[in-house]
Unconditional design. Structure first.
Length: 338
């Protein structure tokens, strides 16, 4: 029997079966650290960071900083200039990221105007050049997150052409949001819900490219749905449900990886997060910037609403510290197991 040499396996590749989607203003370093009290195995993504922010922003830690507990972690980049993307990919690897992902799916006006995001689906050669340059600059995986199309593109022919061209440049891993992005006529928020989901199109993409890693994203809200999707594709990415109902993550390790997860209860997860809160407060972070990511933890629990209200009303105040967090925890309890 041949034994796989795990010393050369990238952590992102082994974690990719389930990931939490990059979400602006949501998947911050605080959220990611909190997520690690619930799952050790899932792949976590940063918010999208533009090449301009990395190359010209200061301090760089504001955009790239993370805690070791967040591994395996991927940086999502926004940009279209191959040279700048390659430089930023090299910086990301030097900072310790396990993967660099190129955003070819965000539909906002701001990124469109800078040739970032979903509009790049109309320029597959440009994406291919970027991927090739990034791969030449790093040894970690370079991946692409895209849509099934934009505006009037054909969901079959145009997506097939995009994947073919970018894969020929060396990209082996694509996560596909199974909706079109309508850059004309829909807001970024509407683009998350209004365009119809087309899961079968992503399933066919995997059938047509068994040599590629094809992941799926969009509208997936339960681990049962994740397991159903994994019958057709290689990985599943969950977005807002993992943020709004973070307890979903507590069963990911056991259900999708076959290993014991870190959290035995919601309260245990909250208490396990307490040292990180103290650390970040000592570093100058504001309590509400941390605790806002926990507001959904006790969803459906007795006192859950009081927990959320207490943090919402007090965590933003000057000098708010761990006592506010502890007081909020005292207001809630978990249902007894059946």
């Amino acid at each position: 029997m041949q034994v796989m040499d795990m010393t050369n396996v990238n952590p992102a590749d082994t974690a990719r079966r389930f990931s939490v989607a990059p979400m602006m203003d949501l998947t911050t370093r605080e959220y990611r650290a909190f997520a690690r009290t619930l799952t050790k195995r899932a792949l976590l993504y940063t918010e999208m960071v533009t090449t301009g922010a990395i190359l010209h922003g200061s301090p760089r830690a504001r955009f790239l900083g993370f805690d070791d507990v967040e591994h395996p972690i991927a940086l999502q980049l926004g940009g279209s200039d191959a040279g700048e993307l390659a430089e930023c990919a090299a910086i990301a690897e030097a900072w310790g990221y396990d993967e660099v992902n190129l955003n070819v799916g965000c539909p906002s006006d701001r990124v469109q105007n800078n040739m970032i995001g979903a509009c790049l689906m109309g320029y597959p050669e440009k994406v291919a050049a970027a991927v090739k340059a990034m791969q030449a600059a790093v040894s970690i995986p370079v991946t692409v997150k895209c849509r099934i199309g934009v505006d009037d593109q054909d969901e079959d022919a145009d997506l097939a052409r995009f994947i073919d061209i970018v894969a020929d440049a060396g990209c082996q891993t694509f996560t596909v949001h199974a909706r079109k992005a309508w850059l004309q006529g829909l807001s970024p928020k509407e683009n998350r819900d209004v365009p119809p989901l087309n899961y079968p199109r992503v399933h066919r993409l995997k059938q047509q490219h068994p040599e590629l890693h094809i992941g799926i994203n969009g509208g997936i809200k339960t681990l049962e749905a994740c397991q159903a999707q994994l019958e057709h594709v290689d990985s599943v990415m969950v977005g807002r449900e993992a943020y709004q109902n973070p307890w979903l993550l507590a069963d990911v390790d056991e259900r999708l990886y076959g290993s014991q997860g870190p959290a035995q209860s919601r309260m245990a997860a909250a208490i396990a997060f307490r040292p990180y809160i103290a650390q970040r407060l000592n570093e100058g972070a504001k309590l509400n910037h941390i605790t806002r990511h926990l507001l959904g933890l006790f969803q459906g629990c007795p006192g859950g609403r009081r927990f959320r209200r207490h943090l919402s009303e007090h965590a933003h105040k000057e000098g708010a510290d761990l006592r506010i967090f502890d007081d909020a925890l005292s207001l809630v309890r978990e249902p007894q197991a059946a």
